[in-house]
Design a protein. Structure first.
Length: 173
């Protein structure tokens, strides 16, 4: 049996921990397009709009530095759901788990796919806290979050998706 030098026993795990975190990777089938993603039952709202406000929400120590945001959009056009002229999404810093939404910039226009969920704290098996909202929203309150792995993004980057969706509706004033 070959034995590794002692320094490898110590350095190996440290080198693994020093590897960069890889971004979220979404795998979609050949039928993936803006229209089919909109019809997914997890998607509650699809709209195009500009960010008018992005508030940094109070940090939670359990989230180990991952930020949370309330991002308000002016809705210019929509394809699914029944939004008003303004919509607020709750988002967290990007991560390998494909959750996110922190990339939205004030003044920029986006195609957004959002899902409605109940405000809650998410704890993984073994009492590992993942993320949560109950310190700012009452548990069970309906909230909108960005839907992962959809063809949304800055409108300048997703013109093909917008064409696939066709003409949208204008929200009531």
């Amino acid at each position: 049996m070959m034995r590794l030098p002692t320094q490898w026993a110590i350095m190996g795990p440290l080198l693994f921990l020093a590897l960069p975190a890889f971004p979220c990777t979404c795998v979609k089938g050949v039928n993936f397009n803006a229209w089919t993603e909109m019809t997914d039952s997890h998607v509650s709202l699809v709209f195009r709009g500009a960010v008018v406000q992005s508030r940094v929400l109070p940090p939670r120590a359990e989230m180990k530095g991952r930020g949370r945001y309330a991002i308000t959009f002016r809705v210019d056009e929509y394809w699914k759901g029944a939004p008003g002229r303004s919509v607020t999404l709750y988002a967290i810093d990007e991560g390998t788990d494909c959750l996110g939404g922190s990339e939205y910039e004030i003044g920029k226009s986006y195609l957004v796919y959002a899902s409605e969920q109940d405000a809650k704290d998410v704890i993984l098996p073994g009492e590992n806290f993942w993320y949560g909202w109950t310190d700012i929203l009452q548990e069970g309150t309906k909230m909108l979050v960005p839907t992962a792995c959809t063809p949304g993004g800055k409108t300048s980057d997703v013109q093909k998706a917008i064409r696939q969706l066709g003409k949208g509706r204008i929200p009531a004033k």
